[in-house]
Design a protein around this ligand. Structure first.
Ligand SMILES: NC(=O)c1ccc[n+]([C@@H]2O[C@H](COP(=O)([O-])OP(=O)(O)OC[C@H]3O[C@@H](n4cnc5c(N)ncnc54)[C@H](OP(=O)(O)O)[C@@H]3O)[C@@H](O)[C@H]2O)c1
Length: 303
């Protein structure tokens, strides 16, 4: 089998980093494209920059404007980065016969008791970020039948700022931390997401394959406060006890953007279509927590 060229938009983000590390060189020749090469805030320039990229077979878009609260005051940039530019790039990929894999979010849903959203459920975003991501999904899917959109949730890794590493940063610094208990979601390890997308990319690379919309998040769901407690339990043998978690409600922690309560996703359709089951969030969390702790300990040991 010849090695296929995979173009990834994004370089230093959680997903892009994991894709760069995990893509099997026997299958993929991967090129990671950062914002100095393709700036998603400038749709026309991004398109001409893409036209100048060396030939590629499949594209994965790991770029996003993920500033959920910031999007409430700068909805324009979120709309450009999350919708307009992906739409243009996806149209170019369709016109040149390449599949475009795009990543979206559970925040396209308003949340409901029990969550468990599937792809046929009607989206209803509560905030500007969610609206920009929903518009982006539609632009990408309208652009080509081999394109696919993957909605994920609560992405974490050991190397970038995210909820898990933000909690770990508090160990040894705070005695208590207040964490919302009424927001439920699927913690998703960036490595698991990357491996699943690489599997999907291999399938969609076949010319007869059809894309579509898929949910793709860690199996199982939990609350923010329970996740924080689990992170501290896992870190304790390495770093000592973390802060005591005080569960609060979203009303106790007002933010510019309203967040869904339980927008947890079911990824069964992805598992069936691509023969790939996402690991349970509790299985993957120790890998990221322990890697972060080891890095922190070796940084502390340096003179
Ligand atoms: N993180 C989550 O909890 C979460 C939840 C649901 C869905 N998702 C979705 O999952 C996907 C991957 O997320 P992630 O966690 O890997 O995101 P991330 O770590 O925040 O990375 C986002 C990437 O986008 C790049 N970027 C932002 N604005 C750009 C611009 N104008 N031009 C070019 N590049 C730009 C960033 O570049 P710089 O490093 O240069 O800033 C970064 O590489 C995204 O589609 C996101 O919406 C994430």
């Amino acid at each position: 089998m010849t090695v296929r060229r995979l173009l990834v938009f994004g370089r230093s983000g959680q997903l892009a980093t994991a894709l760069g590390r995990l893509a099997d060189p026997a299958i993929w020749d991967i090129a990671l494209v950062d914002r100095t090469m393709v700036d998603f805030s400038e749709p026309r320039q991004a398109l001409s920059a893409l036209r100048q990229q060396p030939d590629f077979d499949v594209a994965i878009n790991a770029v996003a404007c993920n500033d959920v609260d910031g999007a409430e005051t700068d909805a324009r940039d979120a709309q450009t980065v999350n919708c307009e530019t992906p739409g243009l790039l996806a149209e170019h990929c369709a016109a040149t016969g390449r599949p475009f894999l795009h990543v979206s979010t559970d925040f396209v849903f308003r949340g409901r008791p029990g969550g468990g959203y599937v792809e046929t459920d009607t989206p209803h975003p509560l905030n500007a970020y969610g609206r920009s991501k929903l518009a982006g999904e539609r632009r990408v899917l309208d652009a080509g039948t081999r394109h696919a959109v993957f909605r994920t949730a609560w992405v974490y890794s050991a190397d970038r700022r995210n909820f898990v590493t933000a909690m770990l940063d508090l160990v040894g610094r705070q005695e208590r931390v207040r964490v919302v208990a009424d927001q439920i979601g699927n913690p998703t390890f960036a490595d698991d997401l990357a491996l699943a997308l690489l599997k999907a990319a291999g399938v969609l690379d076949r010319s007869e394959a059809k894309g579509g919309l898929f949910h793709l998040a860690g199996t199982g769901q939990t609350s923010r406060s329970a996740l924080a407690e689990r992170v501290f339990e896992l870190a304790a043998p390495l770093l000592g006890n973390g802060p005591a978690v005080e569960p609060i409600t979203s009303d106790d922690w007002p933010t510019p953007a309203v967040r869904p309560t339980d927008a947890s996703l079911r990824s069964d359709s992805f598992a069936t279509t691509f023969s790939h089951q996402m690991p349970h969030w509790e299985t993957s969390l120790p890998t990221a927590v322990h890697a972060w702790c080891r890095n922190a300990l070796s940084a502390r040991a340096k003179p």
